[in-house]
Design a protein. Structure first.
Length: 335
């Protein structure tokens, strides 16, 4: 028994040592390996040139710019709902930036660490406009397309039981095949994060024929995941998000970041590395956030470009607005 416990301890120690080396590994490799979805419009979807675009993709670029000084020193790995956490646990990817919902069980049972919420969402439903459906309970007896291995699959059943209605789940391994099935008429409705549904409809064969119901049935706080036992790397990922929000609060943009770094605003000076030693405390250059903001802009720029007013999705900021403008985005101060 002692030998077994010793062996288990050695394995655990080895895994901890390996996971604690993420920053060194990324620097030595000269490339960040970022886990994203296989295709969510507005979050991570390859364009016609095969380049990933979206909020999650931009966060990956921001991390690469902050750590390596170059947002192109990056390799995207498309992951499904079933293999995303395993890929991070095994070291296949350095960080999971795949619109993943943060939950109690995911925080306590899979050996991973949740970062700050970078998008507040809720589980919604897409239906045909001419279906006569205005609220979720109108779907009693309907078939509902849903992705396997997601929180949506569980919440769908919970909602049906709580409201004493029948919903027939039609489960798909991959979101792209789920979309194809729904738009081909195989399901009466489709459920997913409301933002992802809006993205799917925006690129559907006939977008005007579909709509996302206003009602949501859950809280879906989305954010990055890193491995337990690597506080330095987890802190980099977390503070990268806070830095992007702080940049928006301070009026720092991709276009003016260089000028703001040399300006008189003490918040911008600390954030962008012209005063203090904030980057070095994370093992990075002090201009790490300057590099990140120059690469992708502040949080507001990332939002508007990918899912907001400047995107096909046209989503309102809502809960994802800054705290001083009615939203929940609030950066821990850089001081």
């Amino acid at each position: 028994m002692k030998k077994i416990l010793l062996a288990a301890g050695l394995l655990l120690a080895g895994a901890t040592a390996a996971s604690a080396a993420t920053l060194d590994t990324v620097k030595q490799r000269g490339q960040l390996v970022c886990g994203v979805s296989t295709g969510f419009s507005g979050f991570s979807l390859p364009d016609s040139q095969g380049q990933y675009r979206g909020i999650d993709a931009d966060y990956c670029r921001a991390i690469a710019a902050a750590v390596l000084g170059d947002p192109t020193k990056l390799r995207f790995v498309g992951l499904t709902a079933q293999n995303r956490f395993t890929a991070l646990q095994s070291g296949e990817v350095d960080v999971l930036m795949r619109n993943s919902t943060q939950t109690f069980l995911r925080a306590t049972s899979i050996g991973l660490r949740m970062g700050p919420v970078n998008f507040y969402d809720g589980q919604g439903f897409a239906v045909k406009r001419d279906a006569g459906v205005t609220k979720v309970t109108d779907l009693n007896g309907a078939s509902v397309c849903v992705a396997q291995g997601t929180t949506h699959e569980v919440t769908l059943g919970d909602f049906a039981r709580a409201n004493k209605i029948t919903l027939q789940p039609v489960v798909f391994e991959r979101p792209d095949t789920m979309y194809q099935a729904f738009f081909a008429g195989r399901c009466d409705a489709m459920t997913q994060d409301a933002s992802a549904l809006a993205g799917a409809i925006s690129v559907a064969p006939n977008p005007a024929a579909y709509m996302v119901l206003a009602e949501t049935i859950s809280k879906e706080p989305l954010g990055p995941f890193t491995r337990n036992g690597d506080d330095q790397w987890s802190n980099i990922v977390a503070w990268l998000h806070y830095g992007l929000v702080e940049a928006e609060e301070a009026g720092v943009t991709a276009a003016n970041a260089e000028a703001e770094a040399k300006g008189a605003n003490p918040v911008a000076q600390r954030l962008l590395g012209s005063s203090g030693e904030f980057g070095s405390r994370l093992g990075l250059s002090n201009d790490w956030m300057l590099q990140a903001v120059k690469a992708v802009g502040n949080y507001g720029e990332i939002f508007e470009r990918n899912v907001g007013a400047n995107s096909p999705l046209k989503l309102q900021r809502g809960l994802n607005g800054l705290w001083n403008r009615g939203g929940l985005m609030y950066a821990v101060p850089f001081r």
